[in-house]
Design a protein around this ligand. Structure first.
Ligand code: MRU
Length: 352
């Protein structure tokens, strides 16, 4: 079986996305030929995971300028701004979305009028995707050094190839550890309500033959109590300047449990997930999603009609519960504020 997972790619004036709603039961791709289709795909989780959302938005913006390039410059600018604004409103929490929109805006601003703006934006979007894979490999290298041979890892949601342009952040660390010859076992949280763990992380690990065990979310504490977890390793959607980190709902509970059991809790994320403008996690916008995600599973209703629902998609882990943040520019240990400033000012290349 081909091992490379083609999460998303540019193909002849279209953005092609693996349909993450259909996995693991069906492996199919969705071809978006209009930018609004890409926005819809971000909203309905066809493509999800902070870095993948960023790359999809960049490619979507490039798609959006089709047919606009001949407009007078003022009208082109207005149309471009409108498209960027629509992408920014697709989902609120993942910093990488806004980072990618900003980068596409910079590309637009810096492309001289004599050049083909559409070509420049397509090239930039493809570059963002390629860089993401290289960044994840570097995160993997830094992170794998933290894992002893034989480590049993607990992960939550999907921070794998599917959540990025490829290789993954948290699962990139697992992949790099295995490439370094280490034996690793991954416990996979099911991750209610949308089951990114059971459907996506499990799919990635099983197809690559990486030893793994699926648990429901409420089993994590008992697993730790039995001494079966050596480290918790997750991705991130947004990291504030002090290290407070938003990630999939349920992550906070794991961090608290890990501390109670003396287990290190690691976050793996690219620098594009860091939002240095936010002083702490209290300022991170948390998306609330449709109640149907909670009142049923896979479209089958499990709760009675009329029940009230609370469905935040993310929670914030305060920085004191985090042992280290693994980035492409190195591993940040407390005190995080200083470490974050340092990696953000580091000239470490995106790819090497
Ligand atoms: O709602 P999702 O599936 O987009 O949430 C994804 C997560 O919470 C991931 O852990 C996070 O984006 C990191 S992905 C490398």
């Amino acid at each position: 079986m081909e091992t490379e997972i083609r999460t998303l790619f540019w193909d002849r004036d279209a953005v092609v996305l693996i349909d993450q709603r259909a996995l693991p039961l069906e492996e199919r791709h969705v071809r978006c030929t209009g930018y609004q289709e890409v926005i819809a795909a971000i909203r309905d989780l066809t493509v999800r995971g902070a870095p993948a959302i960023g790359v999809a938005a960049a490619m979507g913006i490039a798609l959006g300028v089709r047919g606009l390039a001949d407009l007078p410059s003022k009208a082109l600018r207005e149309a471009f701004d409108g498209i960027c604004g629509e992408f920014s409103a697709a989902r609120p929490t993942a910093r990488n979305l806004f980072w990618a929109v900003e980068r596409m805006r910079r590309c637009f601003d810096q492309t001289p009028p004599s050049e083909d703006i559409r070509k420049a934006l397509i090239a930039e979007a493809i570059r963002i995707g390629e860089e993401d894979i290289a960044i994840n490999r570097r995160i993997g290298q830094h992170g794998q050094a933290l894992l002893p041979d034989g480590a049993r890892i607990l992960t939550h949601c999907n921070a794998g190839a599917l959540a990025t342009a490829g290789y993954g952040t948290a699962l990139g660390v697992v992949r790099a550890a295995r490439e370094a010859g280490k034996k690793i076992h991954v416990y996979v949280d099911e991750t209610r309500p949308v089951l990114q763990g059971a459907r996506l992380t499990a799919w990635e690990l099983v197809r690559e033959g990486i030893p793994c065990t699926l648990i429901t979310d409420n089993m994590a504490g008992s697993l730790m109590q039995q001494g079966k977890v050596d480290a918790v390793l997750v991705g991130a959607d947004r990291i504030a300047a002090n290290g407070d980190t938003a990630n999939k709902i349920g992550t906070y509970a794991l961090a608290v449990l890990a501390r109670a059991h003396g287990i290190p809790f690691y976050t793996a994320a690219p620098r594009s997930t860091i939002d240095a403008a936010l002083p702490d996690g209290g300022a991170i916008p948390i998306e609330e999603r449709n109640s149907a995600e909670v009142t049923g599973i896979g479209g089958v209703r499990t709760a009675p009609e009329g029940i009230a629902v609370w469905n935040p998609a993310f929670d914030v882990t305060p920085h004191p519960w985090i042992a280290a943040i693994i980035t492409e520019a190195g591993v940040i240990r407390p005190p995080f504020r200083e470490g974050i400033e340092q990696v953000l000012s580091s000239s470490s290349p995106a790819s090497a």
